[in-house]
Design a protein around this ligand. Structure first.
Ligand SMILES: [Zn+2]
Ligand SMILES: [Zn+2]
Length: 351
């Protein structure tokens, strides 16, 4: 019987770490020893009680949907990974048998959807060990670091924003990205790796700097500059033909329709649940915009891993990590992430 220290979130601001005995593995399960786990903006919002994504109604739950670890043991029916393998796992867990799943819709359409790291029945990676169904486990290349592995889930959101759901981007595109937080930066890296021209809209100094480091061609400060005017100058009066909203900011969402070119592809990946934002909807009609949301990203992680593997020589993805904490300092790391949202890009727990 393995004993493990695991974090449990009971209610806002009430996170405890306790030692528990792990249950026996079922035939289709994988036991993972955690090595790295990110602290996501969603985790911070749930911790502060500002998001309903973390299910306190069925709490306590173990957060941590961005993780990587080593396989320690596998159930009898598992043959996709073996002990010693480096792995990560899905966040959005679909059932595979409901009507929407059987229709091949995205995992976030699953009528029985669970989310690892947000519910008591699907624990995340803020603990020494994690047990997960092999259905949701993905093998990482042997030569990767665990930190890179823990970046797969957040990277998949930015990557999916451009390339998921029949999206595409190439060297002919002028991509405007609102926000240079972790997701906006992952979208930037994806766009630059695809050789597009990128205009990043971001007011915070440290985030502007890291966007520059990852190759943003232009950076617009929306507090000091007229975003629409600048985008039109940069794009010869045409506008961005790909617009990514990764800031979750109301005025950024409203600006999308001003800076988009005719027939632009607009991809919404920034979180802004629970608010309504006034936008000039007429522009979506006359500009014939194609607006796509992005939900869960299951079945996209293998492709994300391949993409990251091919660009990791060119882009140092671990530069996204601004803070590192040993798991024992979880409370300190979380406190810092809560108090210094602007200064934190990606905080990482290490085991
Ligand atoms: Zn996240
Ligand atoms: Zn389903």
């Amino acid at each position: 019987m393995i004993k493990a220290k695991i974090a449990f979130l009971n209610k806002p601001y009430d996170l405890i770490v306790k030692e528990v005995e792990l249950p026996d593995l079922k035939p289709d399960q994988v036991l993972v020893k955690l090595k790295a786990a990110g602290i996501c903006g969603s985790d911070v919002e749930c911790f502060e009680g500002k998001s309903g994504e973390g299910r306190y109604d069925i709490a306590p739950y173990t957060p941590g949907h961005e993780w990587a670890g080593e396989v320690i043991e596998v159930g009898n029916d598992v043959n996709i990974v073996k002990p010693g393998d480096k792995v990560t796992g899905d966040c959005v867990l679909h059932c595979g048998y409901c009507r929407n799943c059987k229709n091949g819709l995205m995992p976030s359409a699953c009528l029985n959807m669970r989310e690892a790291g947000f519910r008591s029945d699907s624990p995340g990676g803020w603990g020494e060990y994690l047990i997960m169904d092999h259905f949701y486990i993905h093998k990482l290349p042997d030569n990767w670091t665990y930190e890179e592995g823990a970046l797969v889930e957040p990277f998949s959101v930015g990557y999916f924003g451009l390339w998921g759901n029949n999206g595409y981007v190439d060297a002919s595109d002028n991509v405007v990205i609102f926000g240079a937080g972790p997701i906006g930066l992952c979208a930037l890296i994806t766009a630059k790796a695809s050789r597009a021209k990128v205009v990043q809209v971001e007011p915070l100094r440290n985030r502007k700097e890291i966007a520059k480091k990852f190759g943003a061609d232009y950076i617009i400060d929306p507090v000091k500059e007229d975003v629409e005017k600048r985008v039109m100058e940069i794009t010869d009066g045409i506008g961005g033909n790909v617009v990514i909203e990764a800031s979750g900011n109301d005025s950024a969402i409203a600006s999308i329709f001003d800076v988009a070119a005719h027939s632009a592809r607009v991809r919404l990946i920034g979180h802004s649940i629970g608010r309504k934002v006034p936008v000039e909807i007429g522009k979506t009609i006359w500009k014939t915009l194609l607006i796509t949301g992005s939900g869960g990203v299951r079945s996209f992680l293998p492709r994300t891993i391949t993409f990251m593997d091919r660009i990791r020589g060119e882009f140092k993805l671990t530069d996204l990590i601004s803070h590192r904490y040993p798991f024992e300092k979880l409370h300190e790391g979380l406190k810092k992430a809560v108090e210094d949202k602007a200064g934190t890009i990606k905080a990482m727990l290490l085991f």
